[in-house]
Design a protein. Structure first.
Lengths: 375, 515
């Protein structure tokens, strides 16, 4: 392997961002479709139209989430251990609602009973709203820092309660995430349906875009005056992955000030996406492309602002996880990079083919004619 | 219950639930591929209906596999944080590659399988179906490479600077003989499950005189595929894997309830009553030579008994304590190369010293009695393993007999005339699930007290979260999974009683309309 440990860590930091963006872009529109289900679709037929736009693809999309989990495990095991056990109840809530999704899609239309179908509709809505909100809340807490440390054996020791995670700033970031997912779902439905569902989705797009824009700006202003974290003294970029070997202080510079120029790029991308999606909504394909830029810009903004931190500790800043001391070994990072370089293009190629096969809108007649096999 | 017991119970509940759905997905996906291949080769409409109908049942089951699988991917982090920190460098890689190489393939093409019958050519759709089946099976391969490493942790070494295990030889992790044996054994068991499912439901149709042509063809496919798979499960069984793993001797001894080392070749205890308190097995019925042959493939190598293995563990704990003391010295003075060399010389047994952590934090001061007790704690639950293994193996032989009979009857076109056989086949429907769950118990419960055999005791692997949180999530998962299982069984029953003609839309069941 020609790359050194420092470069591999940087590449895996970027890949972490790419995988999260992949998740938000690909799974985002089917989560968003579920979020908007009661708003865009009132009758059973309308709901089936909306659900069948994502029916054949949502399972593949959700693999971005599973791959994200696996990649964090393999490349950032300390972050995997810390974040999922630290946010225990939040993660449990996300898992429970996500568990309902496969059953919701598959089982909902298999029984012709109104209460049965309404139950699964709301299960799917929960499976869209809760993860979208909670992931945002989790991201918000990263900027504030989370109370944890490590003992002598590098055992992660959290002092986190679910209520402490639900602070005003984190909730605001949760709403940023929810509005972003809602916009993306509306843009998808605008592209993949016709008739009433499309009309309602199109009405929602500017509202979602405006909500996102305002909330994103508010979160940015809040971040501007918030204290950040900074590494003081030496931290070798190719040193051992042991987060207890450095010193970190709270820094009055904040998360944004030192990176304001470079941060302009993702911020502009996010706003271009939101504005473009709202203004071009009568050209559904283009608008969907723009709405996909919103998660790209949003997640890149958060990632770059936090860099080199992954999970700062509020109670023992020295224990914070950073890009330089929370990764896998050099060998594992190299092997995993090889696996990504080989397999991700293959995945993207057949995914593109599948979307091509399934191209075109879902109409009400598609449901009535395939009533027994459609979702 | 403390957090270790709660976390273990939650893992067992979620894994055993997940494993209710996985074997059927593995087997049925390949059967769908076979049925659709026959359709594409013969062009006969009934094979298309066969594929679509079994596909509906596959889909209902698949949704549950996806739902319960999601928890598995994240549970290592939520509930086994120290495990994830300690071995994530090795264990995380196969899980991530599973997502990248296998689960993407499976989950992307499952959509085409259900929704693209009219959007693809015959051959294209067949490719989609096989991509789904191959993805499913590759998924099992990577999961079992990860699991195989828990049983036999090759290709990794301890790093004192990061306080964890790190990959030293990835090829050794990939081609771990235990993982290979487990993969063959597990997918074969999945094929048996799928075949019994098809065989039993078809038998019910024949008994009721419904869907005759449909059921006979399904049975023919299930009989031949099932016979090959049932033979593969037993012949290429897991045992070859145990022998390859030097450190799985305790599991073998526990499965056999072999307390004392016997002169080679050891005999195999067919049945008996293992007694943990006295380290004896009452009312033994033994087959001479058999165990020695199975476990060592020889007549002169010894199979060590439990008591000798405990003595061995005792020595290894003492040796591990030397490594542990050296590790403490390295932590105090990372530059001291003499203590690092000392650590390296004894690091192979560090995990054994960690067994003492359940007793006291300052294990370097452990008393001789505590070391003796820790050595005894390496004995797994002998009676449970002894009986689980025997029941599983008995079921394995039952499946061979069942499929051999089905194969013979179907080759002679006499399936319909033997109602006793159809009743036996229908009665066998739940058996592969029982065998699969027992297999999980033998493999994973039999690994205790280790989460990584010889490297990390299970009790150390848990997260430092509050026990009440785990109790809450355990109850939540148990409730949700049970509710979903009831729904799943209800829908399977509903579609099985509807039968192929009713379940498939009329427009699609009729050849003229579809072609």
């Amino acid at each position: 392997m020609m790359l050194d440990y420092e470069s591999l860590r940087l590449i895996w930091w970027a890949l972490l961002g790419i995988l999260l963006i992949g998740f938000a872009v690909m799974d985002g529109f089917d989560l968003g479709t579920a979020v908007l289900l009661p708003l865009v679709a009132r009758t059973d037929l309308e709901r089936r139209v909306a659900l069948n736009t994502v029916g054949p693809v949502w399972e593949g999309n959700q693999v971005w989430f599973i791959l994200g989990g696996g990649a964090i495990f393999a490349a950032w095991p300390t972050l995997y251990a810390a974040s999922f056990s630290g946010f225990y109840l939040a993660m449990f809530l996300v898992l429970l609602t996500l568990i309902l999704r496969p059953a919701g899609f598959k089982y909902r239309s298999k029984v012709a009973d109104a209460r049965w179908r309404t139950f699964w509709d709301w299960a799917l809505v929960a499976g869209g709203v809760v993860p979208s909100l909670v992931f945002g809340v989790a991201f918000g807490n990263l900027f504030l820092g989370v109370p944890f440390s490590f003992d002598d054996d590098l055992r992660f020791k959290p002092a986190i309660s679910l209520l402490s995670l639900l602070n005003p700033f984190a909730l605001l970031v949760g709403l940023v995430s929810l509005s972003m997912i809602a916009l993306h779902g509306a843009a998808w439905l605008n592209m993949k349906t016709r008739e009433t569902v499309q009309a309602r989705a199109r009405q929602i797009m500017p509202i979602a875009a405006l909500s996102y824009s305002v909330l994103f700006a508010l979160a940015g202003l809040w971040l501007w005056q918030m204290n950040g974290y900074a590494i003081t003294g030496q931290l070798a970029h190719d040193g051992p992955s042991n987060p207890m070997l450095k010193s970190v202080t709270r820094s009055a510079d904040g998360w944004l000030a030192t990176k304001s120029v470079i941060l302009l790029i993702p911020v502009i991308l996010a706003y271009a996406g939101a504005i473009g999606a709202a203004l071009l909504r009568s050209r559904p394909g283009t608008a969907f492309f723009f709405s996909a830029l919103v998660p790209v810009g949003t997640i890149a903004t958060a990632g770059v602002a936090l860099f080199p931190f992954l999970l700062p500790s509020s109670t023992n800043p020295n224990a914070s996880l950073t890009v330089w001391d929370a990764s896998s070994s050099e060998l594992t990072l190299g092997i995993m990079l090889g696996a990504v370089v080989i397999f991700l293009p293959i995945v993207l190629a057949y995914t593109a083919w599948v979307y091509r096969v399934l191209r075109g809108p879902v109409r009400e007649t598609d449901i009535t004619q395939n009533s027994k096999t459609a979702y | 219950m403390d957090i270790v017991e709660l976390s273990r119970l939650q893992f067992a509940v979620t894994a055993l639930y997940h494993f209710l759905f996985v074997p059927l997905t593995l087997g049925l996906s390949v059967l769908l591929g076979i049925m659709e291949t026959v359709y594409v080769m013969t062009g006969k409409q009934i094979w298309r209906d066969l594929t679509k109908f079994w596909g509906i049942l596959f889909g209902i089951n698949f949704a549950m596999g996806v739902a319960t699988g999601l928890t598995m991917e994240f549970q290592f982090g939520t509930n086994w944080a120290y495990y994830s920190q300690y071995v994530g460098d090795v264990f995380g890689a196969p899980l991530a590659i599973e997502g990248l190489m296998a689960f993407f393939l499976e989950a992307t093409f499952v959509g085409l399988f259900f929704f693209a019958w009219d959007k693809l050519s015959k051959v294209q759709h067949l490719i989609a179906t096989w991509a789904l089946a191959i993805g499913t099976n590759l998924s099992a391969l990577w999961i079992l490479i990860a699991n195989g490493w828990m049983q036999y942790p090759v290709g990794a070494r301890f790093n004192a600077d990061t306080m964890r295990m790190e990959v030293s030889d990835f090829m050794a992790v990939l081609f771990n003989p235990v993982a290979q044996a487990k993969f063959v054994h597990t997918v074969s068991a999945g094929y048996v499950t799928g075949s019994v499912f098809v065989l039993a439901i078809s038998a019910i149709y024949l008994l009721r005189g419904h869907h005759i042509e449909f059921a006979k063809r399904s049975m023919t496919v299930a009989a031949s595929f099932g016979l090959a798979s049932a033979l593969s499960v037993v012949v290429l069984g897991d045992e070859s894997g145990y022998t390859a793993g030097e450190n799985q001797k305790m599991k073998i001894a526990a499965i056999e309830a072999m307390w004392k080392t016997e002169a080679a070749p050891a005999s195999f205890t067919l049945v008996g009553l293992p007694d943990l308190a006295t380290h004896t097995t009452k009312f033994e019925v033994k087959i001479p030579w058999m165990l020695g042959l199975i476990a060592t493939r020889s007549l002169n190598k010894q199979v060590p008994g439990i008591d000798d293995l405990v003595d061995d563990a005792h020595k290894r704990i003492k040796d591990g304590l030397i490594a542990y003391r050296a590790l403490l010295a390295v932590k105090k003075n990372p530059g001291d190369s003499a203590v690092r060399a000392e650590l390296d010389a004894h690091v192979a047994n560090l995990g054994y010293a960690l067994l003492l952590k359940s007793v006291r934090a300052d294990i370097e001061n452990a008393t001789d009695d505590q070391i003796r007790a820790a050595a005894t704690s390496t004995i797994p639950d002998v009676p449970t393993l002894f009986w689980s293994f025997r029941l599983m193996v008995a079921l394995g032989f039952w499946f061979i007999a069942l499929f051999a009979t089905a194969f013979w009857l179907s080759a002679n076109r006499r399936l319909q005339s033997h109602r006793w056989f159809l009743q036996l086949a229908a009665f066998s429907l739940p058996l592969p699930w029982i065998a699969a769950e027992l297999g999980w118990i033998v493999a994973e419960y039999g690994r205790q007290p280790w989460v990584i055999e010889g490297v990390l005791p299970t009790a150390l692997g848990v997260s430092s979260t509050e026990a009440n949180n785990v109790l809450f999530s355990l109850l939540g998962f148990a409730f949700f999974y049970s509710a979903l299982l009831i729904v799943d069984l209800y829908l399977l029953r509903k579609y099985i009683s509807l039968g192929p003609e009713e379940a498939l839309a009329p427009a699609e069941a009729m050849p003229a309309a579809a072609e």
